[in-house]
Design a protein around this ligand. Structure first.
Ligand code: C2O
Ligand code: CU
Ligand code: CU
Length: 460
């Protein structure tokens, strides 16, 4: 059995084989994703009222290849409206999945065909953008792996989708948002999961090199992460290859990964069988929590982190800072305004937040114009100012950007789609407006997004 056969045989990477039928979508046939009610036992008793793509499992990892077409038919098997968004993929605006802005909501029993060709390789994810709070809180968040055109040479690939659920002792859902939370840091879940499991263990070849793809798809929590091993490197951030060497996080200085953000580590598996490399989280007032473990199995491969070539850069245009026009955005409280109007996509009934004093109506774009109009092909600097005492992971659809300056810290110039804006922080980000359309621009703490901290940017 050669190394790759061995890998594909482990439970951890079974998805990569396509045996489940999810990952072998040919370019021609549409892969069908049916949003449907689900139940799953997070603890001893099954939790009902989940929303997933199968009746009893988390939304699967979807696989694509950079530069190759994908064809995903999203069917709505629920009675609520929905629409699916592909977070971080720089694709055509009509495929972006934002209700009213790029498409009409998908009603129960209806479907929508999403066809696109991912220009970038890396770790991305998908989630609904209509009934966003309800459907995400009830489970509908999944990971998308867009493979490099050329295999980067890992011995294993492990996706870890971090997300919390708010459950009572009997396993039933507690209210998934609170007005108190929405007006502050958001409402946190109390059952912390990785791929819907608590501290799962995944087997990988001893001494091998594993690509650990960590996705924070939670609606609220900013994860503070580190690893139990120092035989690791950060190789990508928010999908895109890290072009500079980043310090490995530690218990004292964990990596802040906000909702919507991703980090890819290259991990060298311990040489001894049964030894583990762990993904750890620091939680307020609690001992360090193990989120997931990679366990060494087999005879030992004796690979070395230094054997890895850097991942090839994605084709993201570099902004011309000398000629970039500056636009200002203030993230703060909402002014007194009309009642929230959210079309068919689920109002939370409050308006607490705003961008540039304009609250957006939840998922629905009706009634407000763009926050900025950018000219296609030009470079821009967006100056993001946080007027609130809370942290906000600010996400822009359809375009990749680079942070260039903060008033509080030295930000590495990593290509991203989501920036965690700290309390009292002003960050300048730069981009080339090279993808035409109306692109949602919002906080990824969904309770903030749905109570006003949202808007859109138009590229013409
Ligand atoms: Cu990940 Cu507008 O979203
Ligand atoms: Cu997005
Ligand atoms: Cu926020």
């Amino acid at each position: 059995m050669n190394r790759r056969d061995f890998l594909l045989g482990t439970a951890a990477s079974a998805g990569a084989l396509g045996a489940g039928g999810w990952s072998l979508a040919s370019a021609a046939a549409a892969q069908r994703l049916t949003i449907q009610p689900a139940s799953f036992a997070f603890r001893n008793t099954p939790t009902r009222g989940l929303v997933s793509l199968s009746p009893d499992a988390p939304p699967p990892v979807l696989f694509g290849t950079q530069g190759e077409p994908m064809n995903l038919r999203v069917e709505n098997g629920t009675e609520d409206y929905t629409a699916m968004h592909w977070h971080g993929l720089r694709i055509a605006n009509a495929m972006d999945g934002v209700p009213y802005l790029t498409q009409m909501p998908i009603a129960g029993g209806e479907s929508f065909d999403y066809t696109f060709t991912p220009p970038d390789a890396g770790t991305y994810w998908y989630h609904p953008h209509c009934m966003t709070m309800a459907q995400m809180a009830h489970g509908l968040t999944g990971v998308m792996v867009i493979r490099e055109a050329e295999d980067p040479g890992f011995d294993g690939d492990q996706v870890v989708n971090l997300r919390d659920f708010r459950l009572d002792d009997a396993g039933a859902f507690l209210p998934y948002y609170t007005a108190r939370g929405a007006a502050r840091g958001g409402t946190h879940g109390n059952v912390l999961t990785a791929n819907w499991l608590q501290a799962p263990v995944y087997d990988h070849p001893a001494g091998g090199l594993v690509r650990l793809r960590v996705v924070n798809s939670d609606t609220t929590r900013i994860y503070k992460l580190h690893l139990s091993t120092d035989q690791a490197r950060i190789i990508a951030w928010d999908g895109h290859p890290a072009e500079i060497e980043l310090p490995l996080p530690s218990a004292k200085e964990p990596l802040l990964v906000g909702p919507g953000q991703r980090v890819d580590f290259a991990v060298q598996m311990p040489a001894g069988e049964e030894q583990t490399a762990d993904l750890l989280a620091e939680l307020p007032g609690q001992p360090t929590r193990t989120m997931a473990q990679l366990r060494s199995v087999g005879a030992g491969l004796a690979r070395d982190l230094r054997e890895l070539k850097p991942l090839p850069a994605n084709p993201v245009a570099r902004p011309d800072l000398a000629n970039a026009e500056v636009h200002d955005f203030v993230f703060g409280w909402t002014p007194e305004g009309g009642p929230p109007n959210d079309g068919y996509c689920g109002s939370m009934g409050y308006s607490f937040w705003s961008i540039n004093r304009t609250p957006w109506a939840g998922d629905a774009a009706k009634g407000t114009g763009p926050l900025a109009v950018l000219e296609r092909g030009k470079s821009y600097v967006l100056r993001l100012r946080n007027e609130s005492p809370n942290l906000h992971p600010i996400h822009l659809h359809g375009l990749a950007f680079v942070p260039i300056r903060s008033n509080l810290r030295k930000l590495p110039p990593l290509v991203t789609d989501t920036l965690l804006l700290l309390k009292d922080e002003v960050v300048e980000i730069a981009l080339v407006a090279d993808n035409p359309g109306d692109w949602a621009f919002h906080c990824h703490v969904i309770e903030h997004q749905k109570t006003g901290l949202a808007g859109y940017i138009r590229v013409v």
